[in-house]
Structure formats: C-alpha cells, structure tokens
Design a protein around this ligand. Structure first.
Ligand code: ADP
Ligand code: MG
Length: 238
C-alpha cells in the first residue's frame, strides 16, 4: 500500500495556481526524491504533505486515510529544512528534546530517544553545546536528529544539504542513505540537484512548473525519459 497519496492536489497563491492537479503515490519505506528546477513547486508540495500549507484543491491521504484537514502534529511527519531551524540559545540536547516534551512522553523514553539519535548521528560529544556554536554539518546533523527522535511515519527533507560545502554534501548523502537503510522509514527528499536525485533515490519524481513530468527509478528515467524535459534535466541522451 502507498503510504502517502496525493489526489488531484492543487495550490494557488493569491489566485495564481502553482500546483496543477498532482496525482502521486509514495510507497511505504521508499526513498523518494522530488527533483526539478527552482520555483517548480517542490517545497510547496512537501509543505502540503506536512500540513504546513493548506491544499487549495484535492486530497492528501496517509495510510489510506484522508489527512488534508489534520494539523501538522497529527500527521506524524518530521520535516528537515535547509536552514536547520534550530533554537540557537538552547543546547543540542535541549533542541533534540524540545518537540518531545510537548508530546508529554515519559522522561526516560525521551532520554532513550535522544541518546539513540545522538548515537546514530555521532553527535554525542556535542550534546551540551549551544547550537549557535556548531558548524553547518553539525547543525544539519542536529536538525536530522530532531526528526529522528519524533519516530515519524515519514521524513520530509527540503534541500537539507544545500548550505553545506561540496565534500560534506557527499558525506551527508551517504549518511542519509545509511539512515534510510537502518530505519526503513519512508523518506521524501526535495532537491534541485540532479546528481543528488540520481545517487540517493529509489524513486524519482521529476517536476516542472507545478506538474509531474515522470516518476520512476533513476535507471528507468535515465534509460527511458518520457519527454525532452526529463531527458535534458537529467542529462540523459534524448
Ligand atoms: P521550489 O521549492 O521548487 O523552488 P516553491 O514550492 O517554493 O518552489 O514555489 C513554487 C511556486 O509557488 C513559485 O512560483 C513561488 O513563487 C510560489 N510560491 C511559493 N510560496 C508562495 C507564497 N507563500 N506566496 C506566493 N507565492 C508562493
Ligand atoms: Mg524550495
């Protein structure tokens, strides 16, 4: 069963439609990458799944249940942003705990989740440090940790590596792929970077101007691009 489904989803801002009736099924446990040029609607789509933005038309379903009327907290998804969105005046440990304390989880459960996430991301030595003293790569690890501790049904990543230098970006790609293997959770990853899409995804969704151009595995899209846009964008032979 598809874990997340978009049915004829549209979005308009000030009367201007930017997402034009998208139908899409994202399978449970997949690493799905939305790729397309800047402004094509990737972030808007992700934000509508997370509940941070309302749909203008159509429906969002999770596990077969309509959820486009639910608050973000009720959808069980965790989002990681390019800008990290950490609390600068708090320590790493406090940042990791923050969302969980609002959920009223028992203290020992919170401590166990924070310890596990810190171990997975190898940031145990940073737990007492304030997040405004961290490097970009360390900050992004904490931001990912904050998603892991929520034990979400799905992770939504919005260009999480765009602010990192090229070398670190390659390292972090590998770490995210390992994380996906380890947790087995559904991951939806947005990027404008074709290389990132081709190397990380098991399923790629190519978007342009608020529409889906093609969905498939990296090999399928490269070998059999459905149209000239996909071929050109992914650098495949036409
Ligand atoms: P991407 O993430 O692929 O770069 P976005 O989802 O941010 O694209 O934007 C898609 C389109 O929607 C763009 O034309 C953008 O200008 C427009 N848009 C996004 N958010 C808003 C907003 N809050 N108000 C008005 N227009 C918006
Ligand atoms: Mg964006």
């Amino acid at each position: 069963m598809a874990e997340i489904e978009l049915k004829s989803v549209t979005k308009s801002f000030q009367g201007l439609e930017v997402i034009h009736g998208i139908n899409l099924a994202i399978h449970e446990g997949s690493f799905t990458v939305f790729v397309g040029p800047s402004g094509c609607g990737k972030s808007t789509l992700l934000r509508m799944m997370a509940g941070l933005e309302e749909v203008s038309g159509g429906e969002v379903h999770i596990d077969g249940q309509r959820c486009d009327h639910l608050l973000p907290s009720a959808r069980g998804m965790a989002m990681v942003f390019q800008s990290y969105a950490l609390y600068p005046h708090m320590s790493v440990a406090e940042n990791l705990r923050f969302g969980l304390e609002n959920q009223r989880l028992p203290k020992d459960e919170i401590a166990a989740r924070v310890a596990k996430a810190a171990n997975i991301l190898q940031i145990e030595h940073l737990l007492a440090r304030r997040t405004n003293q961290l490097s970009g790569g360390q900050s992004q690890r904490v931001a990912i940790g904050r998603a892991i501790v929520k034990e979400p049904r799905a992770f939504l990543f919005d260009e999480p590596l765009s602010n990192l230098d090229a070398e670190l970006r390659v390292t972090m790609r590998g770490e995210l792929i390992s994380l996906h293997k380890r947790l087995g959770s559904t991951m939806i990853y947005v990027t404008h970077d074709q290389v990132e899409a081709m190397t990380m995804a098991d399923t790629i969704v190519v978007l342009s101007e608020g529409q889906v151009e093609q969905v498939g595995s990296p090999v399928e899209l490269y070998a059999r691009p459905q149209n000239a846009f996909v071929a050109k964008f992914l650098g495949a032979p036409p």
